[in-house]
Design a protein around this ligand. Sequence first.
Ligand code: X2X
Length: 337
Amino acid sequence: MKKIMSLTLAATLALGAWPAAAEYKDEYRVSTVVPAPFPWGLAAERWAELVGERTEGRINMQIYPGVQLVQGDQTREFTAMRRGVIDMAVGSTINWSPQIVEMNIFSMPFLMPDYAALDALTGGPVGERIFELIEENGVVPLAWAENGFREVTNSQRPIRTPEDMQGLKMRVVGSPIFNDIFSALGANPTQMSWADAQPALTTGAVDGQENPLTIYTVLRMHELGQTNVTLWHYIADPLIFAVNQQIWDSFTEEDQEIVRQAALDAGAHGIEVARAGLVGEDTSLIEEIEGYGVTVVSLSDEERQAFVDATRPVYDAWRDRIGADLVEMAEESVANR
Ligand code: X2X
Protein backbone atom coordinates (compact mmCIF):
# COMPACT_ATOMS: atom_id res chain seq x y z
CA MET A 1 0.00 0.00 0.00
CA LYS A 2 2.76 2.37 1.02
CA LYS A 3 4.68 1.58 -2.12
CA ILE A 4 1.68 2.31 -4.34
CA MET A 5 1.15 5.56 -2.48
CA SER A 6 4.70 6.68 -3.01
CA LEU A 7 4.61 5.72 -6.69
CA THR A 8 1.49 7.77 -7.13
CA LEU A 9 3.15 10.58 -5.30
CA ALA A 10 6.25 10.27 -7.46
CA ALA A 11 4.10 10.49 -10.57
CA THR A 12 2.32 13.55 -9.21
CA LEU A 13 5.68 15.06 -8.37
CA ALA A 14 6.93 14.49 -11.89
CA LEU A 15 3.94 16.45 -13.13
CA GLY A 16 4.91 19.20 -10.74
CA ALA A 17 1.48 19.25 -9.14
CA TRP A 18 2.48 18.52 -5.57
CA PRO A 19 5.10 19.88 -3.15
CA ALA A 20 8.06 17.67 -2.42
CA ALA A 21 6.39 15.80 0.40
CA ALA A 22 7.95 12.48 -0.49
CA GLU A 23 11.48 13.62 0.19
CA TYR A 24 11.50 13.23 3.93
CA LYS A 25 14.78 12.22 5.50
CA ASP A 26 15.15 9.06 7.58
CA GLU A 27 16.27 11.21 10.47
CA TYR A 28 16.25 14.90 11.41
CA ARG A 29 19.17 15.99 13.53
CA VAL A 30 18.26 18.27 16.45
CA SER A 31 21.12 20.10 18.13
CA THR A 32 21.20 21.09 21.81
CA VAL A 33 23.99 22.02 24.19
CA VAL A 34 22.90 19.87 27.14
CA PRO A 35 20.87 16.63 27.19
CA ALA A 36 18.08 15.48 29.51
CA PRO A 37 17.67 15.63 32.50
CA PHE A 38 18.60 19.31 32.13
CA PRO A 39 15.31 21.15 31.37
CA TRP A 40 16.81 22.13 28.00
CA GLY A 41 17.30 18.50 26.99
CA LEU A 42 13.88 17.58 28.36
CA ALA A 43 12.28 20.26 26.17
CA ALA A 44 14.04 18.94 23.07
CA GLU A 45 13.12 15.35 23.90
CA ARG A 46 9.48 16.26 24.38
CA TRP A 47 9.48 18.00 20.98
CA ALA A 48 10.91 14.94 19.24
CA GLU A 49 8.47 12.60 21.02
CA LEU A 50 5.40 14.67 20.20
CA VAL A 51 6.38 15.05 16.55
CA GLY A 52 7.07 11.32 16.26
CA GLU A 53 3.68 10.46 17.74
CA ARG A 54 1.65 13.04 15.89
CA THR A 55 3.19 12.32 12.47
CA GLU A 56 3.02 8.56 13.11
CA GLY A 57 6.74 8.35 12.53
CA ARG A 58 6.84 10.34 9.28
CA ILE A 59 9.20 12.78 10.96
CA ASN A 60 11.88 11.10 13.03
CA MET A 61 13.87 13.57 15.15
CA GLN A 62 17.05 12.56 16.99
CA ILE A 63 18.70 14.76 19.59
CA TYR A 64 22.43 15.48 19.26
CA PRO A 65 23.46 17.06 22.58
CA GLY A 66 26.83 18.63 23.32
CA VAL A 67 26.51 20.58 20.05
CA GLN A 68 28.40 17.59 18.67
CA LEU A 69 27.32 18.41 15.10
CA VAL A 70 29.61 21.44 15.32
CA GLN A 71 32.32 19.79 17.45
CA GLY A 72 31.05 21.33 20.66
CA ASP A 73 31.33 24.93 19.51
CA GLN A 74 27.96 26.32 20.50
CA THR A 75 28.66 29.69 18.87
CA ARG A 76 28.56 27.96 15.45
CA GLU A 77 25.21 26.23 15.98
CA PHE A 78 23.07 28.87 14.28
CA THR A 79 25.27 29.10 11.17
CA ALA A 80 25.32 25.32 10.88
CA MET A 81 21.53 25.22 11.06
CA ARG A 82 21.24 27.94 8.44
CA ARG A 83 23.51 25.97 6.13
CA GLY A 84 21.72 22.67 6.76
CA VAL A 85 24.54 20.93 8.64
CA ILE A 86 22.03 20.89 11.49
CA ASP A 87 18.36 20.31 10.58
CA MET A 88 16.81 21.66 13.76
CA ALA A 89 17.84 23.00 17.14
CA VAL A 90 16.67 24.03 20.54
CA GLY A 91 19.19 26.78 21.13
CA SER A 92 20.00 29.53 23.60
CA THR A 93 19.80 33.18 22.59
CA ILE A 94 23.34 33.50 23.97
CA ASN A 95 24.74 30.95 21.55
CA TRP A 96 23.05 32.48 18.51
CA SER A 97 23.95 36.06 19.41
CA PRO A 98 27.30 35.98 17.55
CA GLN A 99 25.24 35.83 14.32
CA ILE A 100 22.25 37.93 15.43
CA VAL A 101 23.55 40.73 17.61
CA GLU A 102 20.02 41.75 18.69
CA MET A 103 19.78 38.50 20.66
CA ASN A 104 22.08 40.11 23.20
CA ILE A 105 18.96 41.90 24.43
CA PHE A 106 18.46 38.96 26.79
CA SER A 107 22.04 39.39 28.06
CA MET A 108 21.65 43.06 28.96
CA PRO A 109 22.66 43.16 32.63
CA PHE A 110 19.73 43.59 35.01
CA LEU A 111 17.19 44.39 32.28
CA MET A 112 14.83 41.62 33.43
CA PRO A 113 14.24 41.60 37.19
CA ASP A 114 11.92 38.58 37.26
CA TYR A 115 10.12 35.87 35.27
CA ALA A 116 7.27 38.24 34.38
CA ALA A 117 9.84 40.47 32.67
CA LEU A 118 11.31 37.54 30.77
CA ASP A 119 7.82 36.50 29.65
CA ALA A 120 7.04 40.08 28.62
CA LEU A 121 10.05 40.01 26.29
CA THR A 122 9.59 36.58 24.73
CA GLY A 123 5.79 36.97 24.49
CA GLY A 124 5.76 40.57 23.28
CA PRO A 125 7.08 42.75 20.45
CA VAL A 126 10.71 41.99 21.34
CA GLY A 127 10.11 38.28 20.84
CA GLU A 128 8.38 38.97 17.54
CA ARG A 129 11.29 41.07 16.33
CA ILE A 130 13.79 38.37 17.29
CA PHE A 131 11.74 35.77 15.36
CA GLU A 132 11.66 38.07 12.30
CA LEU A 133 15.44 38.39 12.44
CA ILE A 134 15.86 34.63 12.65
CA GLU A 135 13.62 34.23 9.60
CA GLU A 136 15.58 36.86 7.69
CA ASN A 137 18.60 34.67 8.39
CA GLY A 138 17.10 31.62 6.71
CA VAL A 139 15.90 29.73 9.77
CA VAL A 140 12.30 29.14 10.88
CA PRO A 141 11.67 29.88 14.59
CA LEU A 142 8.72 28.11 16.20
CA ALA A 143 8.52 28.51 19.96
CA TRP A 144 10.31 29.52 23.15
CA ALA A 145 11.57 27.47 26.07
CA GLU A 146 14.02 28.38 28.80
CA ASN A 147 17.49 27.79 30.13
CA GLY A 148 16.87 30.26 32.96
CA PHE A 149 18.12 33.08 35.14
CA ARG A 150 21.87 32.81 35.33
CA GLU A 151 23.26 32.98 38.85
CA VAL A 152 26.92 33.42 39.66
CA THR A 153 28.89 30.72 41.50
CA ASN A 154 32.50 30.34 42.60
CA SER A 155 34.88 28.31 44.73
CA GLN A 156 36.57 31.16 46.61
CA ARG A 157 34.12 33.26 48.65
CA PRO A 158 30.52 34.45 48.92
CA ILE A 159 29.77 37.30 46.51
CA ARG A 160 27.68 40.08 48.00
CA THR A 161 29.26 43.17 46.47
CA PRO A 162 31.09 43.89 43.20
CA GLU A 163 34.30 44.09 45.26
CA ASP A 164 33.87 40.41 46.15
CA MET A 165 34.34 39.59 42.45
CA GLN A 166 37.70 41.31 42.25
CA GLY A 167 40.22 39.11 40.47
CA LEU A 168 38.03 36.00 40.31
CA LYS A 169 38.75 33.88 37.24
CA MET A 170 35.33 33.42 35.68
CA ARG A 171 34.33 31.18 32.80
CA VAL A 172 31.94 33.10 30.55
CA VAL A 173 29.94 32.13 27.45
CA GLY A 174 30.44 33.10 23.85
CA SER A 175 29.23 36.63 23.48
CA PRO A 176 31.57 39.57 24.10
CA ILE A 177 28.93 41.21 26.32
CA PHE A 178 29.87 38.69 29.04
CA ASN A 179 33.52 39.70 28.92
CA ASP A 180 32.42 43.29 29.24
CA ILE A 181 30.11 42.63 32.20
CA PHE A 182 32.62 40.61 34.20
CA SER A 183 35.46 42.98 33.43
CA ALA A 184 33.33 45.89 34.61
CA LEU A 185 32.83 44.02 37.88
CA GLY A 186 36.57 43.59 38.34
CA ALA A 187 36.60 39.85 37.65
CA ASN A 188 38.90 38.12 35.21
CA PRO A 189 36.63 36.54 32.55
CA THR A 190 37.66 33.83 30.10
CA GLN A 191 35.37 32.87 27.28
CA MET A 192 35.05 29.12 26.73
CA SER A 193 32.58 26.61 25.39
CA TRP A 194 30.43 24.50 27.69
CA ALA A 195 32.52 21.50 26.67
CA ASP A 196 35.66 23.22 27.96
CA ALA A 197 33.95 24.73 30.99
CA GLN A 198 33.33 21.42 32.72
CA PRO A 199 36.98 20.30 32.92
CA ALA A 200 38.00 23.90 33.76
CA LEU A 201 35.70 23.80 36.79
CA THR A 202 36.82 20.31 37.77
CA THR A 203 40.53 21.17 37.71
CA GLY A 204 40.03 24.59 39.26
CA ALA A 205 41.44 26.31 36.17
CA VAL A 206 38.63 28.81 36.74
CA ASP A 207 37.21 29.96 40.05
CA GLY A 208 33.64 30.39 38.96
CA GLN A 209 30.95 30.53 36.33
CA GLU A 210 27.40 31.68 35.74
CA ASN A 211 24.51 29.43 34.71
CA PRO A 212 20.94 28.65 35.70
CA LEU A 213 20.54 26.69 38.93
CA THR A 214 19.14 23.71 37.04
CA ILE A 215 22.49 23.45 35.24
CA TYR A 216 24.22 23.76 38.63
CA THR A 217 22.21 20.97 40.28
CA VAL A 218 22.15 18.48 37.39
CA LEU A 219 25.91 18.86 37.02
CA ARG A 220 26.31 18.71 40.82
CA MET A 221 28.59 21.73 40.72
CA HIS A 222 28.90 21.75 44.51
CA GLU A 223 31.06 18.65 44.06
CA LEU A 224 33.26 20.65 41.67
CA GLY A 225 34.09 23.15 44.40
CA GLN A 226 31.40 25.67 43.42
CA THR A 227 30.31 26.17 47.03
CA ASN A 228 29.21 29.81 46.78
CA VAL A 229 26.09 30.80 44.88
CA THR A 230 24.74 34.33 44.56
CA LEU A 231 21.15 34.82 43.41
CA TRP A 232 21.53 38.04 41.46
CA HIS A 233 19.24 37.25 38.45
CA TYR A 234 21.39 39.46 36.24
CA ILE A 235 20.27 37.94 32.95
CA ALA A 236 18.23 34.99 31.68
CA ASP A 237 18.58 33.03 28.46
CA PRO A 238 15.46 31.74 26.76
CA LEU A 239 15.68 28.86 24.29
CA ILE A 240 14.26 28.84 20.78
CA PHE A 241 12.98 25.85 18.80
CA ALA A 242 13.93 26.31 15.16
CA VAL A 243 14.17 24.49 11.83
CA ASN A 244 16.39 25.02 8.79
CA GLN A 245 14.39 26.74 6.04
CA GLN A 246 14.81 24.06 3.32
CA ILE A 247 13.84 21.34 5.73
CA TRP A 248 10.79 23.34 6.75
CA ASP A 249 9.79 23.90 3.12
CA SER A 250 10.06 20.17 2.44
CA PHE A 251 7.31 19.40 4.99
CA THR A 252 3.65 19.35 4.01
CA GLU A 253 1.53 22.09 5.51
CA GLU A 254 -0.09 19.57 7.78
CA ASP A 255 3.31 18.40 9.07
CA GLN A 256 4.53 21.98 9.48
CA GLU A 257 1.56 22.60 11.72
CA ILE A 258 2.32 19.47 13.75
CA VAL A 259 5.98 20.41 14.18
CA ARG A 260 5.06 23.95 15.21
CA GLN A 261 2.37 22.90 17.69
CA ALA A 262 4.66 20.24 19.17
CA ALA A 263 7.34 22.91 19.69
CA LEU A 264 4.81 25.14 21.48
CA ASP A 265 3.73 22.24 23.70
CA ALA A 266 7.31 21.15 24.39
CA GLY A 267 8.23 24.77 25.10
CA ALA A 268 5.50 25.09 27.73
CA HIS A 269 6.75 21.88 29.32
CA GLY A 270 10.35 23.07 29.14
CA ILE A 271 9.52 26.36 30.86
CA GLU A 272 7.67 24.51 33.59
CA VAL A 273 10.60 22.23 34.38
CA ALA A 274 13.09 25.09 34.08
CA ARG A 275 11.20 27.00 36.80
CA ALA A 276 10.36 24.07 39.08
CA GLY A 277 11.51 24.80 42.64
CA LEU A 278 12.46 28.37 41.75
CA VAL A 279 9.22 30.36 41.67
CA GLY A 280 6.48 31.44 44.04
CA GLU A 281 6.08 29.44 47.21
CA ASP A 282 8.14 26.56 45.93
CA THR A 283 11.83 27.33 46.37
CA SER A 284 12.80 23.72 46.90
CA LEU A 285 15.66 23.82 44.41
CA ILE A 286 17.37 26.53 46.44
CA GLU A 287 16.82 24.54 49.63
CA GLU A 288 18.27 21.48 47.91
CA ILE A 289 21.42 23.46 47.08
CA GLU A 290 21.70 24.79 50.64
CA GLY A 291 21.32 21.21 51.82
CA TYR A 292 24.64 20.40 50.10
CA GLY A 293 26.36 22.84 52.45
CA VAL A 294 26.55 25.54 49.79
CA THR A 295 26.44 29.22 50.81
CA VAL A 296 23.54 30.77 48.93
CA VAL A 297 23.52 34.58 48.98
CA SER A 298 20.33 36.52 48.23
CA LEU A 299 20.90 40.21 47.54
CA SER A 300 18.89 43.00 49.14
CA ASP A 301 17.63 45.67 46.73
CA GLU A 302 20.45 47.93 47.80
CA GLU A 303 23.11 45.26 47.30
CA ARG A 304 21.69 44.43 43.89
CA GLN A 305 21.76 48.10 42.93
CA ALA A 306 25.54 48.16 43.40
CA PHE A 307 25.83 45.52 40.65
CA VAL A 308 23.39 47.44 38.46
CA ASP A 309 25.46 50.61 38.84
CA ALA A 310 28.76 48.85 38.18
CA THR A 311 27.48 47.29 34.94
CA ARG A 312 25.59 50.37 33.68
CA PRO A 313 28.40 51.48 31.32
CA VAL A 314 28.23 48.04 29.66
CA TYR A 315 24.45 48.36 29.32
CA ASP A 316 24.84 51.78 27.73
CA ALA A 317 27.55 50.65 25.33
CA TRP A 318 25.51 47.64 24.23
CA ARG A 319 22.38 49.74 23.77
CA ASP A 320 24.02 51.08 20.61
CA ARG A 321 25.30 47.72 19.42
CA ILE A 322 21.92 46.01 19.86
CA GLY A 323 19.95 49.00 18.61
CA ALA A 324 18.40 51.69 20.78
CA ASP A 325 14.91 50.98 19.35
CA LEU A 326 14.89 47.36 20.43
CA VAL A 327 16.31 48.20 23.85
CA GLU A 328 13.64 50.84 24.35
CA MET A 329 10.96 48.37 23.28
CA ALA A 330 12.32 45.88 25.82
CA GLU A 331 12.42 48.46 28.60
CA GLU A 332 8.79 49.37 27.87
CA SER A 333 7.72 45.73 27.91
CA VAL A 334 9.42 45.25 31.26
CA ALA A 335 7.89 48.42 32.72
CA ASN A 336 4.38 47.39 31.59
CA ARG A 337 4.62 43.74 32.60
O1 X2X B 1 27.42 27.24 28.01
C1 X2X B 1 26.58 27.53 28.86
O2 X2X B 1 26.85 28.14 29.89
C2 X2X B 1 25.14 27.14 28.61
C3 X2X B 1 25.03 25.63 28.72
O3 X2X B 1 24.33 27.73 29.56
C4 X2X B 1 24.77 27.62 27.25
O4 X2X B 1 24.85 26.93 26.28
C5 X2X B 1 24.33 29.04 27.10
